[in-house]
Design a protein around this ligand. Sequence first.
Ligand SMILES: *Cc1c(COP(=O)(O)O)cnc(C)c1O
Length: 384
Amino acid sequence: MSSPDLNDADRQAVINVINTPILSMGKYTNDFEKAFCDLTGAKHAIAVNSGTAGLHLCVRAAGISAGDLVITTPFSFVASSNALLFEGAIPIFVDIDPKTGNINPELVADAAKNIEKYLPRTNRQSPIVNRQLKAILPVDVFGQPADMDAINAVAKEHGLAVIEDSCEALGATYKGNHAGTLGEFGVFAFYPNKQITTGEGGVIITSDDKAAHFMRALRNQGRAPGDTWLQHTHLGYNYRIDEMSAAMGASQMSRLDEILSKREQVAAWYEARLSQIAGVEIPFIESFTTRTSWFVYVIRFDKKINRDEMAKRLDARGIPVRPYFLPIHLQPYMVEKFGGREGDFPVTEDLGKRGLAIPFSGVMTEEEVDYVCNIIREELTLYV
Ligand SMILES: *Cc1c(COP(=O)(O)O)cnc(C)c1O
């Protein structure tokens, strides 16, 4: 499906670390963090050991706690909602834009005004007192920023924090500004299928001094500045990144533009071929997206084509594919907790039924793209 884009310098960076005794909390973590401040202009970058950990720290820093409400999207990787559940907060889902798959800002505005209408089924009986709307958590889906100006306008009107889940959008820009800088907090992730990888890892960016200090303390077992190794001012976690990961990440960041350009090229090869195939929709890019940071390449089949049947046929021909995304409100534990049902978010469910991620990475060749596209064309002809 995907492949990390590692070179000898990235590998050497890891070897350099393991030739020293400092394997955590060292210079490479600082170097890695600095690369994010340099790229995005954010005042603070805090490296952690996963994107999920980064989202969780933002939820804590935004003061979101049990029973609080946060407007977010059901069309995402589950971690964006899970970070809220870790603190007992309640995700208020709103549906998405059918073209991009990003959260629909008009529905965000409506939910902020009429929150009772959007409460999950299992929360509708209990009184709204003590339930405070605290934040909006948009996701930059598949590497394209959400419509953040519109979302920030709602946040401003209602006094809400904005946590931008940019885990799929490192290096993307919205009206010329970097994904991750568009709300108060931005989070990136580096699992091996992401644009750059550290094996496991994440980075939070923010320009809020107080929140940054708090998140640094929480990352490190709750140790505030001045605490000794066994003093813990806050309830914290071990969300530290190790030095091997940070060194690999710093090396990858030094050639981010090259890595993203290669992915852009692969996306362009796909677009040229797939746009000629009837029954296949290619990704839609908004005019306010000034750079897409291609994370996955998700095509959509026409409604009359059975996506699962096509997935089976492609798989049988050696093309790895994956449905993207299965809606969060329909995941078993979410159904149990919040009573989500089929039909609650029709656009999310429709894209969830028609979308298919096809093989994608910056190390794919034009011949490989050709091969995939030819098989998609053949299987569609056989099937339709
Ligand atoms: C990858 C991803 C995450 C979490 O990243 P991990 O590093 O795997 O914890 C969060 N949100 C979205 C939208 C993602 O794609």
